[in-house]
Design a protein around this ligand. Structure first.
Ligand SMILES: Cc1cc2nc3c(=O)[nH]c(=O)nc-3n(C[C@H](O)[C@H](O)[C@H](O)COP(=O)(O)O)c2cc1C
Length: 325
């Protein structure tokens, strides 16, 4: 059974990529993940605010003005920029699968030049995560997206290695934005960033920050957008958010993903879950007489749909109308 996939111009032995997370902080863990079957590893993010102290100061003072003293000090980050670069070198000398660095920020500018050091240390690609919650009512949607496009354009012209963009689903026209990102040189789109939404503790009447692991229901939003984006883009697509089983993987591949990124399922079950996922995928392929991913990847995308927008709307109406009480 051939599980090889092409992702960001890299040839991966299977579609199971370890998503951005703390797993690469320890080279021993990274090696274990490789041995368990991971085909590539994405490091935790290095933040714009770490690289550009001016940005950090602005955000830190805004946070303290709100009485929130939890914004990390420079040394409070797990990996400061120099150690991040050294960690890439350690990983590259320990594992043979591709190492993807992760940058997290949104402004075009000089902080992006740090990407050259990531490339120099041996990173095989970079994933750029735009985690941005726009709360300023004077900022229009097109300003946000123009800035994103400039940031991606800056980054793709700074390094020669491929750049993937980890996108949020909260854009008025995700399809247009994804196509524009590809035109700016993005080699891949990762769907979608998960937003960590604070809860409210009603006992002490306080906002409670939390990091909840995903569950498979989160995959559905990703599947819809993979199916829409797949026929529109020639760059790579990865699903992140809610991939917990081999069935989830099959669904993501059928809707057009080249790779699935897994984090929560690894945190819950450990590296051995990778072989469960791989065997499940192989069994499904065997049952359906497929010997390689290309035979079914994208089979359920919206390529053959003459009017995807009408199709989406019709399905929505049909589902609502199907309920009777
Ligand atoms: C503990 C933890 C740390 C994470 N750190 C990062 C990060 O540094 N950068 C990033 O882009 N995503 C980060 N993520 C998000 C994951 O890469 C992934 O997109 C998300 O968890 C959804 O995938 P999952 O359903 O497989 O967990 C993190 C997730 C977890 C659970």
């Amino acid at each position: 059974m051939n599980l090889t996939t092409h992702y960001l111009g890299l040839t991966l032995r299977n579609p199971f990529v370890v998503g951005a997370s703390p797993f690469c902080d320890d080279v021993y863990v990274a090696r274990k993940l490789q041995d368990a079957g991971a085909s590539a590893l994405i490091m935790r993010s290095l933040f714009e605010e770490q690289i550009d102290p001016a940005g950090s100061n602005i955000i830190a003072s805004a946070a303290s003005a709100e009485g929130d003293d939890e914004f990390p000090e420079f040394a409070g980050y797990q990996l400061v920029p120099d150690s991040y670069v050294r960690q890439i070198e350690h990983l590259k000398s320990t594992v043979t699968i591709p190492i993807i660095a992760s940058l997290n920020g949104r402004h075009p500018g000089s902080w992006l030049e740090f990407a050259r050091r990531l490339e120099g240390a041996g990173a095989d690609a970079i994933e750029l995560n735009f985690y941005h919650v726009v709360t300023d009512p004077t900022v229009a949607a097109d300003q946000v997206e123009t800035e994103m496009l400039r940031t991606v354009g800056n980054l793709t012209s700074t390094v020669r290695i491929p750049v993937a963009v980890k996108l949020s689903p909260f854009h008025a026209s995700v399809a247009q934005l994804a196509v524009a990102l590809e035109l700016e040189g993005a080699a891949g789109i990762t769907v979608f960033n998960r937003f960590y939404q604070p809860d409210i503790n009603i006992d002490d009447i306080k906002v409670q920050t939390q990091l909840r692991l995903s569950d498979p229901s989160e995959l559905l939003l990703r599947l819809r957008w993979l199916a829409i984006l797949s026929p529109l883009l020639s760059c790579s697509l990865a699903a992140t958010g809610g991939v917990h089983t081999s069935a989830d993987t099959v669904k993501a591949l059928l809707t057009g993903a080249h790779a699935v990124q897994v984090v929560s399922v690894l945190l819950k079950h450990g590296p051995s879950v990778l072989s469960t996922l791989r065997h499940g995928l192989e069994n499904w392929m065997r049952e359906h007489n497929f010997s390689e991913l290309g035979q079914f990847r994208g089979r359920l995308d919206l390529d053959r749909c003459r009017d995807p927008e009408a199709f989406e709307r019709a399905n929505y109406i049909r589902v609502l109308q199907s309920w009777k009480v």
